[in-house]
Design a protein around this ligand. Sequence first.
Ligand SMILES: Cc1ncc(COP(=O)(O)O)c(C=O)c1O
Length: 397
Amino acid sequence: MLRMPTAGTPYLFSDILAAATGLLFPQKSLRNFRNRLQDYLNVENIALVNSGTTAFYILLKYIVNLRKNKKQTQIILTNYTAPSLFLPIQKAGLECIVADISLQDFNIDADKIEPLINERTLAIMPVHMFGIPTNIDKIIALGQKYNLFIIEDAASSLGSKMEGYPSGTRAEFGFYSLNRGKNISTLAGGILTWKDPRHSKGISLYLNQIPKLNRLLELKLFIKFLALVLAVRPFFYTLLYPMIAKHKYSSLHDTFHSFAFTGFQAGLGAKLWNRAATLTQARIENGKQLINLFENIDGIQIPRSEFTVAYNQFPILIDDLAKRSELEIELLKAGIETSHLYEKTLHQIYWKFIKNSQQSFPQSQYLADHLLLLPPHPQIRNRHIKIISQCLNKIFT
Ligand SMILES: Cc1ncc(COP(=O)(O)O)c(C=O)c1O
């Protein structure tokens, strides 16, 4: 029985050739990829770095430099998100304040933000979790009212749209991840964007401090990419599973490294963007099919969104934890991997550091405890949706 991984961009042989060309002609490939992204996101100001974490860190360093008052050290963000976001916040000398989520769209509850704003607040960061755009109009309005920076974390929502805008492009600053589990992946990578060209000079100061990988390290990264090409294919994923499992992220990082985006990643990225629309559409359609399956099941909650969602992972909340385990096991027996993602909220993981960790966050707590993620990636076909439906019927009838 073949095992379907939870995430992964399917690569073609021609993608490998494009990546190799990027290795040989880095400058041209980087220019080309940046142009593709500018068109796709409809944003003029774009930079590429080694990860979403680095992209976020640079934006943080930049806004710290712009702040009017040194007391402003607090970043407000959702209590259920990638724990790694804490690291750049800490490294930039800032603090986290968390807000509970809404069980409507599993993102930050905008109504919970205003009571957290005070003279120490520097920025609000709406995170578009699972690929689902946060409705950020309210958040942008709060930013204007209290003169705060807004940084959109669209790390996992590349391809999603809100009212025609690509997610990540409504606020002044935004960033995306091209890491291996993301909607479109160049093995690793981060894109940062800003609207006002007046920020370009200041942001470049930080970008210019980032070291370039030497050729040997870039070659090593390229070889890792070749391994990823195999690892995302169900046949090799199943065959090599014991080895691949060792390379899955299983523990929290306590540090991150920053370096420049490489030529081979740019060559690969530019090539992948030829089929970005198709890859994105597959996620959108699979998401719709999964909504149809799960929307009327007693004891299961799914997110509701008015936007176009290119799901990175499809999240469901199962009330009865015994049934969650049964469904997981049933799906795995049928070759479909699922995940719990992060089993804890930020306020539980970083309780020592998060200023308001004494408060209660019932909705994000519930989500962390009851979450099951299903794969909506482009390798999921109708036959997989049928299998998911059969497993679901076995447990929930
Ligand atoms: C919501 C969110 N933000 C930021 C990041 C960090 O991106 P990267 O892994 O490219 O550093 C991730 C990665 O998992 C993420 O899911």
